[in-house]
Design a protein around this ligand. Sequence first.
Ligand SMILES: [Zn+2]
Ligand SMILES: [Zn+2]
Length: 374
Amino acid sequence: MKANAAILHQTGVSSPYAESKPLVIEEVDVDPPGPGEVLVKIAAAGLCHSDLSVIDGSRPRPLPMALGHEASGIIEDVGTGVTRFAPGDHVVMVFVPSCGVCGFCARGRPALCEPGAEANASGSLLSGNWRIHQHDQTINHHLGVSAFSSYATLSEHSVIKIDPKFDLSTAALFGCAVLTGVGAVVNTAHLPPGASAAVIGLGGVGLCALLGAQLAGARQILAIDLSDEKLAFARELGATHTVNAGEANAVEKIKDLTGGGVEYAFEMAGSVPALELAYSITARGGTTVTSGLPHPDRKLSIQAVSIVAEERTLKGSYIGTSVPSVDLPRYMSLYEQGELPVDRLLTHTLTLDEINLGFDRLASGQAIRQVIVL
Ligand SMILES: [Zn+2]
Ligand SMILES: [Zn+2]
């Protein structure tokens, strides 16, 4: 199967990307699905900060790589042994395939699936195979998905079937932004009704965390970012207070607003200073949750004694500690009931050819969520 895909050959090129064009739209061969795999015609693919982190080199991955991990599509063909899916089924992609049988999967922690993590690190599918080629060169898969492409072959454990009536552009956001942001609040933090919360970093994932905090019944939701435009948007979405993290006395201001700190702070920016800020504004007895993915060389420094003397908790949250096959249909149903208006985060719709411009917009904070419609 011939497909047009956005291929990254080199990381760390300088921006603006509309000029340097780190992603090149090229014709590739997508192999037919092997055993336990499916071929998907991609409908929509979101531009996420994790893609940008691969492009700028802060998330090292094997190259060349076909990027894109937040997407929706329609099953075109299935490999041998696939019984859960049939051509015509609508699906959303999940960026960690879960084998279903490793210790983590068996304990209900599919986001930590070990074979899934190994496949993602090596750039293969869960089967250990590579299904994208260009001439005699193998192209790596991005998180088992590689959705900035007209077609993709994936593990059947990388897709979740959805209601065919659901709008496919909005559906794409559920695979990364919604699972990660909402899941951090409801699964990782178990935020109880009436608690106070702060979200640091108001991109797509952070704003989904804000919507999740509303859904969970937080009494106070502080939105924190360096962009006044994003703070204004967060207020429209339901933040009760906004604080620009660049203000000289931001920490004191937040502590004043919250009576000494928030019970739950969510770091959604992917930077160590943002995580330090999140920890510093968490109250005694409170929980700091981090979903960002800083460069692997970065270290965190916090006051060790505070963990004991203030009974503080610091929790990591990957894909929102989700069980995607359970959480995704729940969140989609809440969206349909108007409880999780994530379509409001969809600020731009692009063609595949506009992808580099889209990443410029994401890097500069001019967009929340942009989807490429294939
Ligand atoms: Zn993502
Ligand atoms: Zn597993």
